[in-house]
Write a new protein. Structure first.
Length: 190
């Protein structure tokens, strides 16, 4: 059975990736295109300039929706989400909000033991990190494996010790990253 925060981690990872792609596309549209000479041709042709403006506005709306979605995935207060959504309309303040929310998402994923790269993290990496009986190295299903070693790649399977939050100790035949009692994601060595 999936842990409650698995969905949240996947949602945070997806929203962060979407937001990063939208920001890169917006940077491309607002910085690279005007400086490359293509911008002058776009702006001199009435139909193309309107199309460019519509695309730019659509990307900006996508960035705002991405920030709001990421804040919802991070379970922020709805009032704070609405305020940040409106503040995204202000150029410098919007950039500061983007940086803050992205760093919060990265921190949230890293606290769960997930390595986050420049473009975020893939769904497969999140699935491996959050699945209780999946080898972290190769993705092999370890259900029923009691040897402590992945038969596919030979990686030692970490057996959790006691939960740092509530002191619960899992049974010997259970491989889990999460405490069954309180849901904490970190255990002391067994």
């Amino acid at each position: 059975m999936a842990h409650d925060s698995d969905c949240d981690l996947r949602c945070v990872a997806r929203c962060q990736r979407l937001l990063i792609w939208c920001i890169l596309l917006e940077l491309l549209g607002n910085c690279v295109v005007p400086m490359s000479g293509i911008g002058s041709r776009l702006l001199s042709t009435p139909g193309l300039s309107i199309g460019f403006l519509v695309c730019t506005l659509a990307l900006h709306v996508c960035v705002i929706v991405g920030v709001v979605s990421l804040m919802r995935a991070l379970r922020r207060n709805i009032v704070w989400i609405v305020l940040c959504g409106f503040a995204m309309l202000m150029p410098l303040l919007g950039l500061l909000i983007l940086l803050s929310i992205n760093s919060q998402a990265t921190r949230h994923l890293r606290e769960a033991g997930i390595k986050v790269g420049f473009m975020g993290v893939s769904d497969e990496v999140v699935r491996r990190a959050t699945s209780a009986n999946i080898c972290q190295s190769c993705g092999y299903d370890l259900t029923g494996n009691e040897s402590g070693v992945c038969p596919e790649c030979g990686t030692a399977v970490a057996r959790p010790g006691t939960c740092r939050a509530c002191g619960w100790k899992p049974r010997d035949n259970i491989i889990s990253r999460y405490c069954e009692r309180c849901g904490a994601a970190q255990f002391d060595a067994g």
